[in-house]
Design a binder for this molecule. Sequence first.
Ligand code: DAT
Ligand code: MG
Length: 166
Amino acid sequence: MGIEQTLVLIKPDGLVKSLTGNIISKLSETELKIVGAKIVRVSRELAEEHYKHLKDKPFFEELIKYICGEYHTRRVLAMVYHGDNAIAKVRRIAGDTNPEEADPISIRGKYGRITTSGVYENVIHASENPKEAEREIKLWFRPDELVERIYPVIKKTEVREVLIWK
Ligand code: DAT
Ligand code: MG
């Protein structure tokens, strides 16, 4: 409780089905602030790190393929929502993990499905608790990609090659 932040991913099925607008509108009911947003091409490495706590589950391989966009498009929309009780507010509007058991007016209830091969295409990810939110936000975003300093930072000098406009 209190001021929190949470990672939201609109998964590849959400993008392919043009649901981003509907999902963001629905999330605006929370009155939380978006403090970061970007389209990400999800590598297998990022997907496996994100879902590492599910590594032993029978559905892990299919879940990784789904989030990497093998069935839809190779991208997700990653966002950080910030504000009072952000984690529970977003989880409630997202709905239960299983889209067929989710409240029909939740995002997953409205737009999710289970494929015939058993993949939960539940269109959205939302962090479960503050510890996971911190781990996930730090995995998906660099500090300078967020408009608020939600976690402490340090300065580091590094030499790396970057692309700039020609
Ligand atoms: P949540 O996304 O609600 O936090 P989770 O962290 O337990 O749920 O699981 C992560 C994702 O894995 C979930 O969004 C969909 C998939 N998943 C979970 N349980 C599953 C199951 N029994 N069969 C197929 N996919 C499942
Ligand atoms: Mg989870």
